[in-house]
Ligand binder design. Structure first.
Ligand SMILES: Cc1cc2nc3c(=O)[nH]c(=O)nc-3n(C[C@H](O)[C@H](O)[C@H](O)COP(=O)(O)OP(=O)(O)OC[C@H]3O[C@@H](n4cnc5c(N)ncnc54)[C@H](O)[C@@H]3O)c2cc1C
Length: 202
């Protein structure tokens, strides 16, 4: 595999329709087709042909901590909305957050976000220091994206019926979290990478 940079108006390159995604709608998703497209050799990315796979894998080691940071921030937003709402809404004579079931849910959300942040920082710090971070980036990406799905789902639960409505912010955050378990290497693929890394010297 080789990677190339091409101008978007290069003859032979065409974009598919904008997909109607369930979340993260400010970011277009489209297929790209190449039909007899000619690309100058000077547009090759990297030093030599056939380096595309390695370049992509190295890019993932830097981009996965980014997705982990994104997931951590998204979960934090959902948690903060839920915490605030739990102090405003009263049921059975007291604020939601005074019910132990809700307080424990909020406690678990916070713990998961803190753990996610630590994994994200570790993988980013290793990358910045030039230390091979394939495993730590996979841990961070896998944990943070699964965590964001769990935390945003719990935030919707804290809001009750209002959480299911687009009038409130947590439904959008829950929809936005889902794709993070899919792109940049799905949660299953991250587990495959971690499994390979931890068993490679056995
Ligand atoms: C919003 C959005 C933006 C995207 N942006 C980009 C982009 O910018 N660039 C780009 O290149 N791609 C992009 N993608 C594509 C994305 O990377 C792929 O959708 C993703 O890698 C999953 O591949 P797939 O859709 O072919 O699913 P499949 O490979 O068909 O997988 C389907 C399911 O099976 C699981 N699975 C597959 N193989 C295995 C296995 N061996 N063991 C266990 N489970 C397995 C997967 O985890 C998944 O849950 C984007 C996708 C979305 C939704």
């Amino acid at each position: 595999m080789s990677g190339f940079i091409v101008d978007a108006d290069t003859p032979g390159l065409s974009l598919g329709k904008k997909e109607n995604n369930m979340g993260q709608r400010c970011s277009d998703t489209r297929s790209i087709s190449f039909d007899d497209m000619r690309v100058p050799a000077a547009n090759l990315v990297g030093e030599s042909e056939s380096g595309g796979w390695m370049n992509a894998m190295k890019a993932f080691d830097m981009s996965r901590p980014n997705i982990a940071a994104h997931a951590t921030g998204l979960a934090r937003a959902a948690y903060e909305h839920a915490l605030q709402y739990s102090s405003e809404r009263q049921t059975f004579g007291k604020p939601l957050h005074r019910h132990q079931a809700i307080q424990f849910m909020l406690a678990d959300m916070k713990t998961k976000i803190e753990a996610s942040r630590m994994l994200t920082w570790k993988s980013a710090a290793e990358g910045d220091a030039g230390i091979r971070n394939t495993e730590s980036a996979a841990h961070a990406k896998r944990f943070s994206s699964d965590m964001a799905m769990e935390v945003t789902t719990d935030a919707v639960q804290v809001y009750g019926g209002y959480g299911y409505s687009e009038e409130y912010p947590v439904a959008r955050l829950m929809r936005g979290a889902k794709v993070m378990q899919i792109y940049e290497g799905s949660s299953q693929v991250q587990r495959m990478i971690i499994g390979r890394e931890i068993t490679k010297d056995l």
